[in-house]
Design a protein around this ligand. Structure first.
Ligand code: SAM
Ligand code: SF4
Length: 321
């Protein structure tokens, strides 16, 4: 194995998040712009190319890989990619919108992909259709219950937006009374075309205050690279967490690298720079010096951007959350 990937702030990078596909079967307003500029097909990684770049990262001791997107389960060769990565001693996980889970559950069991985050921003069907521009609320909820019942480690991700779903914090916490899973509330982040504004963002402190009006909850211990602050209502089966990327960032312990479906690498979700590994691979040039430089140059927090709300970035659907 090669030397691990370390940045100039001493952070070891051993967690790769791979966006398998830019496209998606939902159209969440906070994620996908109305007119996305999709990458032309010939500039996206083939299965072989994607796996070659992932292998390069594995050679630096990557111990955790998360499959994301767009919607990872719409990628046609999802099974080939999962089969390739399984049984290697790498912790595998996935972030999905949950719509296609029932069609893939046998495959997920077979390859030991046990840690699954499912996005669900509301428990009200009409609101789901408004947020995602699609009418599949029941399917997603059924699939979440199926995952929990079949022993998967499930986290439900909910982006909290003022005036849209911020009145549902307690409804989601109530879900954890009987369901042994984690519900995570995410502070709304700015990306191209998602109409982010300060007013719509609900901070962690406000979320906690609003939950405390109904529930008494306790703080739980978080893992060393956790992006989530965890809590539990005593006596409830599940727990809840808050991802406070905007108001209390967790960059100091960041170990994450992002690889996009077009073979671009990012050293931070908020970085405006993409590093094109696919072109290097196609030209037969070595990836290692470039990868090491990009990691080394990672900024201490938020890609060094002073005001992340005011600068351009790709849309979230194309980066992969
Ligand atoms: N399609 C999958 C899904 O929805 O889970 C995976 C990709 S999605 C881009 C990954 C995560 O990013 C989701 O949990 C989603 O809620 C989150 N996300 C998207 N746009 C966001 C935003 N503007 N602010 C905060 N989180 C966002
Ligand atoms: Fe698709 Fe996930 Fe973005 Fe929604 S959040 S549009 S499901 S990629």
């Amino acid at each position: 194995m090669k030397q691990p990937l370390i940045d100039s702030h001493g952070r070891v990078h051993d967690y790769l998040r791979v966006s398998l596909v830019e496209k998606c079967n939902l159209r969440c307003r906070y994620c996908m712009p109305e007119n996305p500029e999709w990458t032309p097909g010939d500039q996206l990684c083939t299965t072989k190319e994607l796996l070659a770049i992932i292998e390069e990262f594995i050679s630096y001791g990557i111990r955790k890989i998360r499959l994301t997107g767009g919607e990872p389960l719409v990628r046609k060769d999802f099974d080939v990619i999962l089969e390739h990565l399984s049984g290697r001693g790498i912790e595998l996980s996935m972030t999905t919108n949950g719509v296609l889970i029932d069609q893939h559950i046998t495959l997920l069991h077979k390859h030991g992909l046990k840690k699954i985050n499912v996005s669900l921003d509301t428990l009200i069907p009409a609101r789901f259709a408004l947020i995602t521009r699609r009418n599949v609320f029941e399917k997603v909820v059924q699939n979440i219950r199926m995952l929990v019942n079949e022993g998967f480690k499930v986290k439900v991700n909910s982006v909290i937006m003022r005036g849209i779903n911020d009145d549902e914090l307690c409804g989601f916490v109530e879900w954890t009374r009987d369901l042994p899973m984690t519900v995570r509330f995410i502070e709304f982040m700015p990306f191209n075309g998602n109409r982010w504004d300060d007013e719509k963002m609900v901070s962690i402190s406000e979320m906690k205050e609003r939950i405390s009006e109904k529930y008494r909850f306790v703080k739980l211990e978080d893992g060393p690279n956790d992006t989530t602050k965890h809590y539990r209502v005593p006596g409830f089966s599940g727990k809840f967490g808050i991802i406070s990327s905007m108001t209390e960032h967790f960059c100091g312990s960041c170990n994450r690298i992002r690889l996009l479906a077009n073979g671009a690498m990012k050293n931070c979700l908020f970085s405006t720079e993409d590093t094109d590994l696919l072109s290097l691979l196609r030209k037969g040039e070595p990836l290692e010096p470039v990868i090491r430089r990009v990691i080394w140059e990672k900024k201490p927090s938020h890609a060094g951007r002073f005001n992340i709300a005011k600068q351009k970035n790709r849309s979230m659907v194309m980066i992969g959350g």
